[in-house]
Write a protein that binds this ligand. Structure first.
Ligand SMILES: Nc1ncnc2c1ncn2[C@@H]1O[C@H](COP(=O)(O)OP(=O)(O)OP(=O)(O)O)[C@@H](O)[C@H]1O
Ligand SMILES: [Mg+2]
Length: 303
């Protein structure tokens, strides 16, 4: 196990909004990390910081010399009339056979590989970008909502690719099924703090639920104790014989504090798995996704 990236006491705010509040985390080369948090928590911002596109207000992100970052480009990197193969060779400086081999993992061949890349659909262009990414042989992949806007087949290929990819990944996604299939650990960003959890998203959500329930029990016990003290004080503060005891109980009461329970946990709204997407028949698999109003929330709750 070797460290690739260290986030140390990172702080970042936009105006009054605090996204990172002395947050720390370490990314190592031996795992795939699902990065979660409610909408607007600051996940994309942190990825931009890691990529050097955004600056921190405090703290630092340390890139280890062995780190080779890879990320999926959002912009169009293609030249007019360029074929996918030409692009891959130009972009990676790798020979055509090597580019063709990697492109084949994403079913890019024939006209898809040799025709003008700009005429391909968004999903196919994403496959070309994924092949390009891979040709650079990164050892840490940063992916921000990679399944958004992808057709089902490309989603499946991406999922398969990530499962077989031997290097580390940091993947932001609201799709629980995708995270379950591709990641073995979890990083959560809530209220400015990063929490690393050494298990899959479901185990993390279960852990978070247990934490909440534990704090709720602690708070219920604290409230009961408060009521008991208040009653004692009300009954005894006026009597000379018990007034000093009541004063001491009042001090005890002042010290009792309720635990803060996060209400913005991702648990409630993280999307369950899309319908199973294993092999043909294709039509049957596509239909459930075409239903426009999913019964489940598709985003995190807002604050
Ligand atoms: N350049 C910027 N200037 C000002 N505010 C910004 C900027 N970039 C992001 N924000 C705000 O910071 C907050 C965090 O944004 P960010 O995109 O990092 O969240 P996120 O966790 O990726 O959310 P989502 O899950 O919706 O993608 C948002 O409220 C956003 O509006
Ligand atoms: Mg985002």
């Amino acid at each position: 196990m070797a460290v690739l990236l260290e986030i140390k006491n990172a702080s970042k705010r936009y105006g009054d909004q605090i996204l990172l509040d002395e947050a720390s985390a370490t990314i190592t080369d031996d795992g795939k990390v699902g990065f979660v948090g409610r909408n607007g928590a600051g996940k994309s911002t942190l990825l931009r910081v890691i990529l050097g596109e955004e600056e921190l207000d405090g703290g630092e992100v340390v890139h280890h010399p062995r780190l080779r970052l890879g990320y999926l480009r959002q912009h169009d990197p293609f030249l007019p009339d360029e074929s996918a193969l030409d692009f891959l060779m130009r972009d990676s400086s790798q020979p055509d056979w090597k580019c063709g081999e990697v492109a084949g993992q994403f079913e890019l061949k024939g006209d898809y590989l040799d025709g003008p890349v700009r005429e391909l659909s968004g999903g196919w262009q994403t496959r070309v970008k994924l092949a390009a990414l891979l040709l650079h042989e990164p050892n840490l992949l940063l992916l921000d909502e990679p399944t958004n806007f992808l057709d089902l087949r490309t989603q499946m290929l991406l999922e398969h690719f990530l499962r077989t990819f031997k290097e580390a990944c940091l993947i932001v996604s609201h799709d629980r099924g995708f995270l379950t299939a591709t990641c073995d650990r979890t990083l959560d960003l809530s209220r400015g703090k990063l929490t690393a959890y050494p298990g899959k998203i479901d185990a993390f959500l279960g852990y978070q639920q247990e934490q909440r329930e534990h704090l709720e029990r602690v708070n219920a016990a604290t409230l009961a104790k408060k009521r008991q003290l208040e009653q004692f004080i009300a009954k005894n503060r006026a009597k000379a014989s018990t007034a000093s005891q009541a004063r001491s109980k009042a001090k005890q009461l002042e010290r009792l504090e309720l635990e803060e329970i996060a209400s913005d946990a991702p648990t409630a709204a993280i999307r369950p798995r899309s319908p199973p997407v294993r092999g043909p028949p294709f039509v049957v698999l596509i239909l459930p996704l075409a239903i426009p109003t999913a019964p489940w929330p598709t985003t995190w709750p807002s604050k």
